[in-house]
Design a protein around this ligand. Structure first.
Ligand code: NAP
Length: 245
């Protein structure tokens, strides 16, 4: 990342709750201004928490699966902060089901948000970062994008695709000083996983070497590390307590 007197800033998609919120707060505590993307209700409490850290916060509602709304998100961030240091593609959804019963809508909607959404925002930020000749992109993938998961054909395919997108970006953007990496969380305690039945949770815990679920801050710490590392690109960092090795 570039240093100097200018305050750095990060665009974080899907930052109204869960992992995205933790990433936004982690960066704000370390001197970053935040462009906070969300799709539902305005996350007023999160905005206040970010501002309480002394950071500026630009909330921006956008559906990342929309090519034009992703472009508007980046346009808004660029015009407010003049440069963009970090993009974290975090927005994601699940619509689980076995392949035999999975509907076209279930498959398409998860691919559209998790994979096409990351492409849309990356495509929009690429002209900014390549022109300024610095920037870091961190994509929030998942361990199931590497190893697959029964009942998550759509989700695991979207995350596997996101890992391939990460490596391609690293190759296309590297010559202009822009890095692109992925974090692959295992089981992290968030609203996304909160609704899973206890039986499913305890079965998953059996496969975690550290025998506990991760916290959102564990993922934020890894994202910050990759966004700050100048000579790491095209890599996938598993944050999964030893679930996948
Ligand atoms: P979460 O609590 O459900 O939060 C998801 C966020 O994405 C919300 O802020 C939501 O916004 C936003 N979002 C959903 N659709 C969107 C869209 N079309 N455009 C913009 N924003 C959208 O999920 P989480 O557990 O924090 O997960 C965050 C990321 O980590 C996801 O990519 C997920 O796949 C990944 N991940 C999570 C785990 C885990 O164990 N939790 C494991 C591996 C990977 P609103 O609140 O405004 O609807």
């Amino acid at each position: 990342m570039e240093s100097g007197m200018r305050r750095k800033n990060a665009v974080i998609t899907g930052a109204s709750q869960g992992i995205g919120k933790a990433i936004a707060l982690y960066f704000a505590r370390r001197g970053f201004d935040i462009t906070l993307n969300y799709i539902g209700d305005s996350p007023d409490e999160v905005i206040s928490e970010i501002e309480a850290e002394g950071a500026k916060c630009l909330p921006h509602m956008a559906d990342v699966s929309s090519f034009s709304q992703a472009q508007e998100l980046i346009n808004a961030s660029k015009s407010r902060f003049s440069a963009i240091d970090v993009l974290v593609n975090n927005a994601g959804i699940t619509k689980d089901g076995l392949i035999m019963r999975m509907t076209e809508e279930q498959f398409d909607s998860v691919i559209n948000v998790n994979l096409k959404g990351a492409f849309n925002v990356t495509r929009a930020v690429s002209s900014v970062m390549l022109k300024q000749r610095f920037g870091s992109i961190v994509n929030i993938a998942s361990v199931v994008g590497v190893c697959g998961n029964a009942g998550q054909a759509n989700y695991s395919a979207s995350k596997g695709g996101l890992i391939a997108l990460t490596k391609t970006c690293a190759k296309e953007f590297g010559g202009r000083g822009v890095t692109c990496n992925a974090v692959a969380p295992g089981f992290i305690d968030t609203p996304m996983t909160g609704g899973l039945p206890e039986g499913v949770k305890s079965k998953m815990l059996d496969s975690v070497a550290l025998k506990k679920f991760g916290k959102t801050e564990d993922v934020a710490e890894a994202v910050y590390f990759l966004a700050s590392a100048g000579y790491i690109s095209g890599q996938v960092l598993n944050v999964c307590g030893g679930m996948l090795m």
